[in-house]
Design a protein around this ligand. Structure first.
Ligand code: SF4
Length: 74
């Protein structure tokens, strides 16, 4: 399965990923950055398996993130 990766520390909280895929992303009310829901912290990144049915929405999230901190590895 593909993996999706978020370099959370550089997130500017623009909400674009949440709009693209609200079932995977939410804004954290404490610091205003996006959380990749139920992801695992690995160093400075957060990682999670990307369900096939959410691929298209998250490819759009990758493309639309203004600071390019979301990546998908297949
Ligand atoms: S699109 Fe990028 S910068 Fe915007 S909230 Fe999501 S991860 Fe953060």
């Amino acid at each position: 399965m593909a993996k999706i990766i978020h370099l959370r520390k550089d997130c500017i909280g623009c909400n674009s990923c949440v709009e693209n895929c609200p079932s995977m992303w939410k804004i954290n009310e404490k610091d205003g950055k996006a959380d990749l829901i139920n992801s695992e912290k690995k160093g400075e990144t957060f990682v999670k398996e990307l369900p096939i049915e959410l691929t298209e929405e998250n490819e759009k999230a990758v493309k639309d993130c203004p600071v390019n901190i979301i990546k998908i590895f297949k």
